[in-house]
Design a protein around this ligand. Structure first.
Ligand code: NAD
Length: 480
């Protein structure tokens, strides 16, 4: 069975304790590789390698970093098929999606930040003719990056690329549920000539490996993407140590549909925004609010399309809905469907596990599920499910839908469908979310601020926001 290695000080190494965790293929339910069950000794080794590499890396020119990053991106692109297949097997996502979204975006993250650092500048403030202030933006030192399982390589590289290019050295941990592509990236970094110790990837679970990074006394910043509860635990430990924290957390995003929208485009996009990646994208719209005078028309057209979505083998080219990432998550999603029924919800389609055949018979599959008849403030509509489950609800006025949309503790993203320009801008300013898409979904310009408000997180990623996070501003005041 394949054993994944840690990547420390430029080398692929075994965990010090020689202990491993099982890695499952969600499509079959079988263990197919082993993951290092790293502990604080491995994190310490990674920290020491990073600290030793830091002085030289922080002084490396933008041009040299640019070349290394572009080489990493090129190697990701050259290995697209291998990486897409690995992502699909590890996560259960359709290979067709990994090929067009996850892996190309991982390459873009390196390309984007290779260029962004050449454009990054800082401020100066002159005080009359007497004093000049200027701001230095210096790397922090050794930083920690911790990422989730839903977009494994995509989100892992979204953190490490800005952290590294800003001059930091990194100790990173991908999700133990989907470690494979981060492992494959280790070899790519070696081949691309990334100096030893600049990036260290330590595999393992959250409470042990992740927490060893968070609580390490000399790792001064943590960039984390994952669940809100985990984010709270990380903040509880890191805040008294005065670490810089970027927390990208859960969501319960509204999708608000007015009668005057472009109906066909809205339906096609809403199917995607509900069920892409089995609904396991933090930006999926799981609460769909529809203006009452088109509610029935929407329901018929939407359910008709969703009911035709076939759940299938993630490795089949035609599959649009793959497997749920793990048994634990599969059970969690099913328990929410049960809760929805208890709360009086009517299942319009889906609502159950799909029993596959042959090699896939022990895999974790759930049919895309649409539920109606629930109040906006019930648990099903307030708690993050993070699976192929959406609810639909009618509304009459802007005030009413805003109240319902903003009623949750989350505030990550939102979608609005209307051709009324004034209403679109009015709603966009009043909706409580870090991201508003109008008549579209998941359109990503990497320069824009990315993140949420309320319990969806603290701080922003993307563009210069991430470069500001991964640097410390220092004001220098000079008497002229
Ligand atoms: P998770 O919080 O369980 O795990 C995320 C990462 O944190 C993993 O690497 C895990 O090992 C690690 N971890 C867990 N406990 C830890 C601890 N005590 N200390 C340090 N590290 C720890 O989340 P998940 O289940 O992997 O991902 C799903 C969640 O991520 C959903 O809530 C989803 O909304 C959220 N998410 C948010 C965004 C965003 O940009 N806001 C993007 C993707 C996913």
């Amino acid at each position: 069975m394949q054993k994944i290695s840690n990547y420390i000080n430029g080398q692929l190494v075994e965990p010090i304790g020689q202990s491993y965790l099982d890695n499952y293929n969600p499509a079959t339910g079988n263990v197919y590789s082993l993951i290092p069950d790293s502990d604080e000794r491995d994190v310490e080794l990674a920290y020491k390698a990073a600290a030793a590499a830091y002085p030289a890396w922080s002084l490396t020119s933008a041009e040299v970093k640019f070349k290394i990053f572009m080489k990493i991106a090129e190697l990701i692109e050259q290995n697209l098929e291998q990486l897409a297949a690995a992502e699909s097997i590890d996560n259960g996502k359709p290979i067709s999606l990994a090929r067009v979204m996850d892996i190309p975006r991982a390459a873009s993250n390196f390309q984007f930040y290779a260029q962004a650092i050449t454009q990054f500048s800082s401020e100066s403030h002159q005080m009359e003719q007497s004093f000049l202030n200027y701001t230095l933006r210096q790397p922090i030192g050794v930083v920690g990056c911790i990422s989730p399982w839903n977009l494994p390589l995509y989100l892992f590289t979204w953190k490490i690329a800005p952290a590294l290019v800003a001059g930091n050295c990194v100790v990173a941990k991908p999700s133990e549920v989907t470690p494979m592509t981060a492992f494959l990236l280790s070899s790519i970094c070696i081949e691309a000539g990334l100096p030893a110790g600049v990036l260290n990837i330590v595999h393992g679970n959250g409470p042990k490996t992740g927490m060893s990074i968070v609580s390490h006394p000399h790792i001064h910043a943590i960039s984390f993407t994952g669940g809100t509860r985990t984010g709270a635990e990380i903040a509880r430990v890191a805040a008294p140590m005065f670490k810089k924290l970027s927390l990208e957390l859960g969501g319960k995003n509204p999708n608000i549909i007015f009668a005057d929208c472009d109906f066909d485009e809205m339906i096609a996009t809403t199917v995607r925004s509900s069920f892409a990646n089995q609904g396991q994208i933090c930006l999926c719209g799981s609460r769909i609010f529809v203006e009452r005078n088109i509610y029935d028309k929407f329901k018929t057209a939407f359910v008709d399309k969703v009911a035709k979505m076939k759940v299938g083998n993630p490795l089949d080219e035609s599959t649009k809905m793959g497997a749920i990432v793990s048994q634990l998550h599969f059970e969690k999603v099913l328990s929410y469907i049960e809760l929805a029924k208890e709360e009086g919800g009517k299942i319009l389609c889906g609502g159950e596990a799909v029993q596959m055949e042959g090699d896939l018979k022990n895999g974790w599959y759930i049919s895309p599920t649409v539920i109606e008849g629930l109040s906006y403030d019930c648990r099903t509509n307030q708690e993050e499910i993070f699976g192929p489950v959406v609810t639909i609800m009618p509304f009459d006025t802007e005030e009413e839908v805003l109240k319902m949309a903003n009623s949750v503790m989350y505030g990550l993203s939102s979608s609005l469908w209307t051709l009324d320009l004034k209403r679109a801008h009015r709603m966009a300013s009043l909706i409580q979310a870090g991201i508003v898409w109008i008549n579209c979904w998941l359109v990503r310009d990497l320069r824009t601020p990315f993140g949420g408000i309320k319990n969806s997180g603290v701080g922003r990623e993307g563009g210069f926001e991430a470069l500001r996070f991964f640097t410390e501003p220092k004001n220098v005041c000079l008497k002229l």
